[in-house]
Design a protein around this ligand. Structure first.
Ligand code: DGL
Length: 276
């Protein structure tokens, strides 16, 4: 039953960074209903243990599955490294789409042979990232930089604040000093800082991320499984969050562009739906 599946797509992140992926999904698949969980009460994931991130990811995915998600998108590089495998083992028949820093396209795009990767400590320390470098980073020089403090700035909605510019400049400096002519935004939160990054690095440096590629991969997986929604389907988006709903609502308004009050995503299994 191709193009008849009105069940929603479930998306989660450690916080509001995954909205950068959600907007790509919305643009490519406007007829799909979407569920979004921001685990802002536990952000950042980047400095947490892999086990804790796995537990959080399983709980969030379980919640989305209970809300009839027909696919799960892990809109977080850090959680993908820690938990994608566990999610796929737990739901072998459910499409689980993860993401990783765009090292492959960056290696193809660099002219000078040096690629800079800005990502969380957790992503950069993961076995998955090491494997990614082994596969796609052999013929180029890859310089990495943990973006400590940037997730918190985005969670606060401080995209253009002087303090954010200052922090970002300090993180980009070593990458530029190493000669990187391509910068990979390896965390979904950082995508919201793209404009600031581009101002700092200048026009000669290419800035790339994977949000659009994730949306295309989701599209392919839905097509394979015959799970697309019909074209006339309504396009609801529902939001939940952990942490303080007032500050998450502020961040959602800044990043998503709508006034949305997310309902609490409690630490227990008791969740309530948010406003559309
Ligand atoms: N947005 C996430 C990522 O793509 C996680 C950031 C964090 O919570 O540290 O890695």
């Amino acid at each position: 039953m191709a193009n008849q599946d009105t069940r929603p797509i479930g998306v989660f992140d450690s916080g509001v960074g995954g909205l950068s992926v959600l907007r790509e999904i919305r643009a490519l698949l406007p007829h799909e209903s979407l569920l979004y969980c921001a685990d802002s009460g536990h952000a950042p994931y980047g400095d947490k243990s892999q086990q804790l991130i796995r537990e959080r990811s399983l709980e969030l995915a379980e919640f989305l599955v209970r809300h009839e998600a027909k696919a799960i998108v892990i809109a977080c590089n850090t959680a993908t490294a820690a938990a994608a495998r566990a999610l796929r083992e737990r739901w072998p028949n459910l499409p689980v789409i993860g993401m990783e820093p765009a090292v492959k396209p960056a290696a193809a795009a660099t002219r000078g042979g040096t690629v800079g990767v800005l990502a969380t400590v957790g992503t950069l320390a993961s076995a998955q990232f090491a494997a990614l470098l082994d596969t796609f980073g052999q013929d180029v020089h890859v310089v990495t930089q943990p973006g400590v403090g940037l997730v918190e700035a985005v969670e606060r909605g401080e995209l253009k604040a002087e303090s954010t510019r200052h922090l970002l400049t300090a993180h980009l400096k070593p990458l530029l000093a190493a000669g990187a002519d391509v910068i990979v935004l390896g965390c979904t939160h950082y995508v919201f800082l793209r404009e600031l990054v581009e101002t700092i690095v200048g026009p000669a440096v290419k800035v790339i991320d994977t949000g659009a590629a994730v949306a295309r991969q989701l599209d392919r997986r839905l097509a394979e499984a015959g799970h697309h929604a019909p074209e006339q389907a309504p396009r609801a988006v529902r939001f939940w969050c952990s942490g303080n709903p007032a500050s998450v609502a502020h961040a959602i308004e800044v990043l998503w562009g709508e006034r949305i009050w997310p309902d609490p995503l409690a630490r227990s299994q008791v969740f309530r739906p948010g406003q559309h």
